[in-house]
Design a protein around this ligand. Sequence first.
Ligand code: BES
Ligand code: MN
Ligand code: ZN
Length: 491
Amino acid sequence: MKFTIKTELITKIPADIIALAVNDKNQILIEKQIDALTLKYLNNILRLGDLNKRTGSSLLVHGANKYSRIILLRVGVHADLSPKEFFKGIVNVSNELKKINVTKIIFPINQFVNKLITVKATSEYLVRALVDNGYRINSLKTQNKSKATDFQVFLQTNKSSLKDTKQGLKNGQAIAKGVNLTKDLGNLPPNICTPTYLASEAKKLSREYKMKVTVLDQKQIEKLKMGSFLAVAKGSREAPKFIVLEHKRGPKNKKPIVLVGKGITFDAGGISIKPSPDMDEMKYDMGGAATVLGVMKTVGELNLSLNVIMVVPTCENLPDGKAVKPGDIVKSMSGQTIEVLNTDAEGRLILCDALTYSERFKPEVVIDVATLTGACVIALGHHISAVFTNYNPLADELTAAGETALDPVWHMPMSDEYQPQLNSNFADMANIGGRAAGSITAACFLSRFAKKYNWAHIDIAGTAWKSGKEKGSTGRPVSLLSEYLINRTVK
Ligand code: BES
Ligand code: MN
Ligand code: ZN
């Protein structure tokens, strides 16, 4: 999809379709820019009532004088149009466009702008919605492969809004690229997307954006004494990797933001093996790693003047004669010992060592992202990710960024009362805390390795992918984290 900004009148832009906003009173918002004949034609159609009253509804009409097609989009009471409704509306428009052969479409930007949606936000949301909905899984189908939607988009704006439109387009495209990478990685089968494959993706990013990459192999990981991470990797013949990718474009003395991603490229549960139904979906257990790789792509595209470091521990979790067993006690890099009571609670076992490793960067903040617990899905479902923190202002910042990015998180509690659920008679802690508050005790476990810095943990178990007919990666929470980092740059 190609995006071009145009400042001329809509009548001067050659296109085969234009998107027009219609308010609750059946008025076309930019009617002044439309010729009389076309307007009369459209008003007749609107009078018939075929454009649904619900905000976000769209209607495709043909043969209106100047344009072979026009797509009408209901925006309701214009002043009340929310970012969420606008985004959804553009997705609806995009679904209509998929059914026809569009080559060039005009979106006049200013018809959507109100107190809740700035010019910049309008172009950013527009680009993100169109690319997101136009995504096609890079499948291994040999027949009936669906095509990615592809057409040229003209963002029509005026001179005074030009700068903001450009900025929004730039951010939107960079975020969309990051989201697409995350989706692609998630959707790959686990026999292709292995720890080694993730490492090669990090190397690719390092070449493309001149970032520093370090990939540690089994021997080097052993040297670091990451006994917890290595315990999980033991049951697999696929080599574990510990990946570090550094973007250092901020002031030299500025402490970095460290992003840690869970990179379990397949989670069978290990000896505590999972039931077979839907086990294939555990290829998405590297969603945290895919997210932070996607965010690094966005960071690279925008060349943000920030110091951002990505850390990804990655391996498989499989049953094997050599696999870690329930009852085994392992020693983490921090020196703390862990009784592994359930080998399926492996995410925290690889993340804890990555959190300890992150201390060396003297970080300003560390944010880890992980498909960590089924309990999180029970708590919040598939719409909102969970955020836990040892520093409340960080959760506030992430919550605000998530709201703007339309990629929401909910601040969950993590108070000390929950910690004793992790008590063990044999080691410093157990790796599970019982059925109650499963996503909280998982966060409590991680918090024991994040004492030296401000830290947040985002559990994306319910939001990283969709199941059923629409099975596929969502690319979340790349937009949230990109928004957070972009905000950090401005300050
Ligand atoms: N990767 C899973 C969490 C998960 C499950 C994410 C289902 C999305 C959907 C994680 O490694 C896991 O298995 N967690 C266990 C922890 C339990 C053994 C304490 C879980 O949630 O069941
Ligand atoms: Mn597991
Ligand atoms: Zn897992």
